[in-house]
Write a protein of this length. Structure first.
Ligand code: ZN
Length: 262
């Protein structure tokens, strides 16, 4: 067995993130679909508090990638996330498909995102694109606007220093994967919690065994339903029971990766 990558000899890393979209995507995509937007409001109305309580019970911290729209519309819930010790990261303004809009529009999104965080009084270090959809130009903006890590690529299950066409970017990459995203399973494929458990648990057990990085992407409006959140709590409980797992926010993983690899 090779030496652990993780701090203090931890066997593996469990990282939990939430994309706190609220109704931002629908405001952009379907502004007249008021019922669809009500699904997004389940997050500030119900799910965020429920998730924060679960995280307190489990005594772990998470990262909330949040569009500027959510910050502007549901400011109190964002203040609550911060005051309870969690991290926030950038996630566009209206959940835009960044790689598919003009460079000028992309820059506008980054400006608005920045203004929302400034109003909130919080400086995010990480960026995750809506739909994980970025172009070379977006990557430049991520650096230009002072982010220190990105979370959009799918080419590893370990964090790494991100190169862009062979050149160092200075950014840490925290890779993601559709398998470890609640949305396609619950919302697209309408799977039940037992079925999703059967996807996530063996993946997590294998990652733990190999000493790698388990980065789970959840959406409050999706995972915040009771049976689903209970399943997630059980997964965290099992991970805690292993006794050798590093539970870390995205920023903590990024800082550690930079220290090890940069
Ligand atoms: Zn999102």
């Amino acid at each position: 067995m090779s030496e652990s990558f993780w701090p203090d000899g931890y066997q593996a890393c469990f990282n939990l993130s939430f994309d706190y979209d609220s109704n931002s995507a629908l405001m952009w995509r379907a502004p007249h679909d008021i019922v669809a937007q009500s699904r997004g409001r389940f997050s500030p109305n119900v799910a965020i508090e429920r998730i924060l309580d679960m995280l307190d019970r489990m005594e772990i911290k998470a990262t909330f990638f949040t569009p500027g729209w959510t910050i502007d519309q549901f400011t109190e819930s964002c203040e609550e996330i911060i005051s309870r010790g969690h991290e926030m990261g950038g996630h566009g303004y209206l959940h835009e498909r960044l790689a598919e809009i003009s460079q000028e529009s992309q820059r506008g999104v980054f400006e608005k995102q920045k203004a929302s965080f400034e109003k909130l009084g919080y400086k995010p270090e990480g960026f995750r694109a809506p739909y994980w959809l970025i172009s070379d130009y977006t990557l430049g903006l991520i650096k230009e606007y002072g982010f220190k890590y990105d979370s959009d690529f799918m080419d590893s299950d370990m964090p790494y220093m991100l190169k862009q066409r062979g050149e160092d970017t200075g950014l840490v990459e925290l890779p993601i994967e559709w398998l470890l995203d609640d949305w396609p399973h619950f919302e697209t494929n309408r799977m039940n919690s037992k079925q999703v458990w059967d996807l996530w648990k063996p993946e997590w057990d294998g990652i733990h065994q190999l000493g790698r990085y388990f980065g789970l992407t959840c959406h409050p409006q999706c995972i915040g339903r009771i049976s689903r959140l209970n399943m997630l709590e059980q997964l965290i409980t099992d991970a805690k029971d292993k006794g050798d797992v590093w539970f870390a926010t995205c920023k903590e993983v990024a800082d550690w990766t930079r220290k090890k690899l940069a």
